[in-house]
Ligand binder design. Structure first.
Ligand SMILES: C[S@@+](CC[C@H](N)C(=O)[O-])C[C@H]1O[C@@H](n2cnc3c(N)ncnc32)[C@H](O)[C@@H]1O
Length: 260
């Protein structure tokens, strides 16, 4: 049984399974401290930067955005003729229920980020510009979601997703695994990686791979050394995008060729 810390969402997001209360001591933390997963969305442009995606490599391929939430990658990519689907537990919900959650989460995070030493502002410059990106993402998502709920947007909750084996060429996971390592156990990460690789023919990319403190996730080495994951190859790839400190890396996971 996995605990899913979508804390505090019982009232505004009926139907989403909620459990897990953090009792950890956060007094030594310098970065963003969150006791639940936030409904915050990124844009197509940010995904291309996070995952160093070369459009020519992936246009026409089947792509799954996992834990996609209120991000607009799926909407904007399909608008450009890409073949992208998105999966998140919130897609059980009506658009109005999701909409009600977007603004309070965004307010909370934009306010909480200010003054933290764990962010570099070269790209966004100001909290207002960051907010514009996030608003663009959730508004674009909501418009698309109203038209494509249940088709492009499929309800699903890691570590078990409702897709067939090898259905996608590429899976992307942004701001869910690794960064929330305080809230999710190692075993949840291992099973999630296994599940995502079951659906993925070519590769999966995970970003960021640091905690909100900007520290490389302690789960990365455990995954590499885990005997249950021997058939997978893990590669940390450098990028030139960094907002959360040390987040200029993504994790690429591929299938090792079978031994003859
Ligand atoms: C911070 S948001 C990231 C959204 C998007 N990937 C982006 O970067 O814009 C984290 C998302 O993880 C989703 N989530 C929480 N628990 C999950 C689970 N067990 N399986 C899949 N997604 C989950 C939340 O609903 C939320 O939409």
């Amino acid at each position: 049984m996995h605990r899913n810390p979508l804390l505090g969402e019982t009232r505004s997001l009926p139907g989403v399974r909620v459990c897990g209360v953090s009792t950890r001591d956060d007094s030594d933390k310098q970065g963003l401290v969150l006791d639940r997963v936030m409904l915050l969305g990124r844009t197509f442009e940010e995904y291309l930067r996070y995952f160093a995606i070369e459009p020519a490599d992936w246009r026409g391929k089947a792509i799954l955005d996992v834990a996609s939430g209120v991000g607009s990658f799926c909407a904007e990519a399909n608008e450009r003729g890409w073949n992208v689907r998105a999966c998140d537990p919130i897609y059980e919900l009506a658009p109005a229920d999701i909409r009600a959650r977007c603004e309070p989460d965004l307010d909370h995070v934009v306010q909480a980020l200010q003054g933290l030493s764990t962010y570099r502002w070269d790209f966004y410059q100001t909290p207002e510009r960051l907010r514009q990106y996030r608003e663009k993402a959730y508004r674009t998502f909501l418009d698309d979601y109203e038209r494509h709920q249940g088709i492009r947007y499929v309800a699903g909750c890691l570590p078990k997703l409702p897709f067939g084996e090898g259905q996608f060429d590429l899976a992307l996971v942004s701001y869910f695994l690794f960064v929330y390592e305080d809230l999710f156990a190692y075993e949840f990460h291992r099973e999630s990686v296994l599940q995502i690789m079951r659906l993925t023919r070519q590769e999966a990319r995970f970003y960021p791979i640091v905690s909100f403190e900007g520290r490389r996730s302690t789960y990365l080495d455990r995954l590499r050394e885990d005997p249950l994951l021997r058939h997978l190859r893990f590669e940390e790839v450098r990028t030139d995008f960094e907002f959360l400190i040390n987040s200029n890396w993504y994790l690429r996971v591929t299938h090792r060729p079978e031994r003859v």
